[in-house]
Design a protein around this ligand. Structure first.
Ligand code: SF4
Length: 957
């Protein structure tokens, strides 16, 4: 009787084929009764070692049977890759055979947003296409383990779940007893979803009353220039709206490598006549498809944008009505203090949040629409002047005032003519003019600038200058136009499951309507138990010893960044828990890999890890952080649990990642892990008679009843993952009237709404299921004030720190020599072959590249140093060195070298990665607080970790 096949049999069989084992030999190995081989086929001799190792495969008659058997399955489930930060979401069918997912196939479930538009089909990327390889890879963690040697030594002992949970619970209760909940940190990475398994750690830490890190800036992804200018760092829309643009600018954005499921909209737009412009130093995977490639010098993006803005104003190509209504350009600024004219300047007890324009009809200062008590941008009978310079009586004396527009224009004409911008950027003045005119004259021009740009020290200045271009031309709020990064929508049910203790509250609907739907209250609600991850590691990881040193960053600022940091913390502009000086006792890492992604990462293992009594990694795979953990808790893979993919703006669909098979080994879904852990903590706390305590939000908590709080008094037990998922669906407007059964049928369902407007959504438009998503229409069409201090797109920031650092307006500042005075700039980018580190060690992906870390070098730079392709080289600067192979690549500019994202340190020779020599300086201006929209908030405002300005030398090792 033929035995049934397992995936292992199949892989071994096909692996043998790859070793040139002929079909005739396979037949012999299977004991086939087929006719003997002809003289043209190899003669069967004694079995080879490979043949001996082969399993007994089923008898078959011809090669077609082998092929047909290969394409059979027992069941098909709907799946996606829920807890990977790919900023995509794609519907897949998962084919299950003998209890294993053996292949996946894209599911073309999407419809066009409107007739005549391209649809989203098919979605996927090559990582997702080999998701089942990752699932069954050798780096998978199958059992709870505790370390048997020193941290990072790599010696492990398998333990039971009870032992693991008791150890972690004991560590947590120790910390509660000795230092309180602030000493227990959830190190929350970016690989989160939007269902119960992602809500689980949020809920656990919320009920414990302990902090979790906000990782947005910690991984270098916070678009601070958009926070400064637009009041939200996530301006977003759907990718089918790209197709409606006539002038598409990929600014430090390489979608063919990093936005694979969406890139087709750009290239389809070219077929209808759109111009595609790529602005990047390297001829990358997307630039090769562009009509215009502007290869500026690295880090000079702000100068290019300001040069183009100068052309637009000088040639009168700007949209004066738009910027008068929507921006702060007509606001009046005092030339004695360089601060806005405020009501508090003119009236005793007046507001410091009410601003003024110059009414050119009445020839007098007039309150600016959208600020102070005004709730509309409609100026009515007032005609604000864009250009004005004159005198006003302020505090009893004459003071010269000017509009922001006048100041900006003067600065552009003085410092950023195309000729001057050409000297900085290396881009010819003629090309800058061509770009500016093309952008300004296009019916709809769109700058796509995503998270790569954020990783420069002066990214905020570049982003402010890019947004200025989009605004001067009236593109923000227009279909196919504007400046966009990307955003995530928040299903309300997910937020409630994550944060709300008593889920059965009778006024739940009222809560959602009254509180959750208000963006400000939502942000405050979310932010309460988060700590700014980047700043947390500056303080507790000791990173600021290097990154806060003036020599590493912008030397033009008057004080060292470390001093600004101290002052910002003293002012309580950013919460850090535990407070500086106290040590964290427990770190529980989930959905991330902090010891890989933090810049200057070796410092964390040297400074932070020795202070921490217990480190735990909850993960499905072994990574750098897991290697240094004390306890590993094995999480189920994405095909082994039911969850939702996060709701990303590019594709307005809710995606189900369903449980196709049971978890491998003893892995468990996160919902179950944290439910069991809450019970273990409760038991331990009861054993020690731990008294109730005040949590970091000053609420009273009782760890003896943590399990009751987590499960909502038993409503959602450890194995109630599906029930919790149904809760998320039923309490979210995004999935109104969509059940789990519906999602299981379709795989992905179009949003019914964009959910709560707060959180990380930077959408600010009404949503329709029948058109692409275009952000900012509430401001341009409904005349609502922007969420900034002035109620307008704000290009002028008059906070004293911005003024003293010379950054009140968008300006160009040269990149720092971070890491020392070395001739090459170390840059990078997200890789095409992995999502962060999750696929970095996967053979199907390694086969598409060199198979190990490489540094890309221009051929001239390599020749000057006597380096040949594939040589092992030493990359070094003042912070240290790392070793890897060189790849000679002419598409990289001379003077620049690239190490693409997310190799694990253990994949490098010597175990030190590129991140070990990246000092990641930070900006004083990003530490400002208490200034309208510039204040700490989850995923809203703090200094980024940055890497693109690092200087190095490379030599043959
Ligand atoms: Fe899509 Fe992300 Fe999966 Fe790739 S990894 S197929 S982008 S969901």
């Amino acid at each position: 009787m033929a035995r049934s096949w397992t995936r292992r049999d199949f892989l071994r069989g096909t692996g043998a084929a790859a070793l040139s084992l002929g079909l005739a030999q396979l037949e012999l190995a299977c004991g086939s009764n087929e006719p003997p081989p002809t003289s043209a086929t190899p003669t069967a001799g004694p079995p080879t070692p490979v043949q001996q190792a082969l399993p007994q495969l089923p008898a078959y008659r011809t090669w077609e049977d082998l092929y047909r058997n290969q394409w059979t399955w027992d069941a098909v489930a709907r799946g996606t890759h829920t807890m990977t930060n790919c900023v995509g979401a794609c519907a897949w069918n998962l084919y299950v055979k003998d209890g294993m997912v053996w292949r996946e196939e894209q599911k073309s479930t999407y419809e066009a947003s409107a007739p005549g538009l391209p649809d989203f089909n098919p979605r996927g990327c090559q990582k997702g296409a080999c998701g089942s390889n990752l699932m069954y890879s050798p780096s998978r963690i199958r059992y709870p383990m505790k370390r048997a040697g020193e941290r990072g030594e790599g010696r492990w002992q398998r333990i039971t779940w009870d032992e693991a949970l008791e150890s972690v619970a004991s560590g947590i209760v120790d910390a509660l007893e000795k230092e309180g909940p602030a000493s227990i940190l959830c190190e929350l990475g970016p690989n989160i979803g939007a269902g119960p398994n992602s809500a689980a750690p949020f809920r656990f830490f919320r009920m414990l009353g302990a902090p979790a890190t906000d990782s947005m800036a910690q991984v270098g992804d916070l678009a601070t220039g958009a926070t400064i200018t637009l009041g939200n760092p996530h301006p977003c829309g759907s990718s089918d709206d790209w197709w409606r643009s006539s002038y598409l600018v990929l600014w430090a954005f390489n979608p063919s490598a990093t936005r694979i499921p969406d890139a087709h909209f750009l290239y389809e737009a070219r077929y209808k006549g759109a111009q595609l412009v790529a602005i990047c130093p390297d001829l990358n995977n997307s630039a090769i498809h562009a009509d215009l490639w502007i290869n500026l010098r690295p880090g000079t993006d702000a100068a290019l944008a300001l040069g183009a803005a100068q052309v637009i104003l000088a040639e009168n190509l700007h949209n004066a009505d738009y910027i008068t209504e929507q921006t702060d350009l007509p606001l009046l600024v005092r030339t004695d203090t360089n601060r806005f004219v405020r009501q508090s300047d003119l009236q005793k007890g007046g507001s410091d949040k009410a601003f003024y324009v110059w009414d050119s009809v009445r020839n007098q200062a007039s309150p600016a629409a959208g600020s102070g008590s005004s709730s509309t941008l409609d100026a009515g009978a007032v005609k604000p002047a864009l250009e004005y310079s004159g005198s006003m009586t302020i505090e009893g004396k004459p003071v010269r005032v000017r509009t922001v527009f006048s100041l900006l224009k003067e600065r552009l004409d003085r410092d950023y003519t195309p000729e001057k911008a050409a000297e900085i950027t290396g881009v010819s003045a003629g090309l800058i003019r061509q770009f500016a005119r093309g952008f300004a004259k296009a019916p709809a021009a769109l700058i796509l600038s995503q998270w790569g740009q954020c990783k420069f020290l002066h990214a905020d200045l570049a982003q402010r200058a890019q947004i200025l271009l989009a605004s001067l031309t009236g593109n923000l709020g227009r279909a196919g136009g504007g400046w966009r990064s990307g955003g995530f929508f928040a299903p309300e049910g997910f937020a409630l499951l994550s944060m709300q203790e008593q889920l059965g509250l009778v006024d739940l609907a009222g809560f959602a309507a009254k509180n959750y739907m208000d963006p400000e209250k939502t942000r405050a609600f979310f932010s309460q138990y988060f700590v700014p991850g980047s700043i947390w590691h500056q303080v507790h990881g000791g990173l600021s010893d290097v990154s806060g040193d003036l020599s590493q960053g912008d030397r033009s600022v008057p004080r060292s960044p470390k001093e600004y940091l101290r002052e910002a913390l003293e002012n309580k502009w950013f919460p850090v828990q535990p407070t500086p000086g106290k040590a964290p006792h427990v770190i529980l890492s989930i959905y991330g890999n902090v010891l890989r992604h933090v810049r200057n990462n070796t410092r964390l293992t040297q400074t932070l890890w020795p202070k921490v009594k217990l480190t735990v990694d909850v993960n499905f795979r072994m990574n750098e952080t897991g290697r240094h953990a004390d306890i590993l808790l094995p999480a189920a893979y994405w095909y082994e649990k039911s969850d939702l993919k996060y709701l990303v703006s590019f594709v307005p669909y809710v995606h189900l990642g369903d449980r196709a098979v049971p978890p491998i080994g003893e892995a468990k879904p996160e919902w179950e892990i944290f439910a069991l852990l809450s019970a273990a903590v409760a038991r331990e706390a009861k054993k020690r008679s731990l008294a109730p305590y005040k949590d970091i939000g000053d609420l009273e908590r009782d760890a003896r009843r943590l399990d009751e709080a987590f499960t909502d008094r038993g409503r959602f037990g450890p194995t109630d993952e599906e029930k919790a998922l149904e809760f998320v669906l039923s309490y979210s407007t995004t999935t109104k009237n969509v059940s789990l059964a519906d999602l299981r049928q379709a795989g992905a369902v179009r949003f019914k709404s964009t959910g709560a407007p707060g959180g990380t959504a930077g959408y600010y438009s009404d949503y329709s299921e029948h058109e692409p998503l275009v952000p900012h229409r509430w401001f341009t069409e409904k005349k609502q004030p922007w969420p900034t201090l002035t109620g307008r797109q704000q290009f002028y920031i008059d906070h004293p720190w911005f003024l003293e650092c010379g950054e009140a307006m968008p300006v160009y500042k040269p990149p720092p020599a971070a890491g020392g005075n070395y001739p090459l700039v170390l840059s990078g980018g997200h890789t095409r072959w992995s999502i962060h580190s999750q696929w970095r060690d996967q053979m199907p992906m390694l086969r598409l590249q060199r198979g190990e870390p490489v540094v890309y070098m221009n051929d001239q730079d390599a020749a000057q140093r006597g380096i040949a392709d594939h040589d092992v080289v030493r990359v070094h600067n003042d912070l240290g060195q790392f070793l890897l192979r060189a790849k000679i690549a002419r598409y990289v500019q001379p003077g620049q070298v690239f190490v693409y994202h997310a190799w694990e340190p253990y994949q490098f020779r010597g175990g030190r990665s590129d991140h070990s020599i990246i000092p990641s300086p930070f900006k004083p201006t990003s530490l400002v607080g208490g200034y309208g929209h510039l204040r700490w908030g989850w995923s809203h405002w703090e200094p980024n970790q940055v890497d693109r300005d690092t200087r190095v030398e490379v030599e043959k090792a």
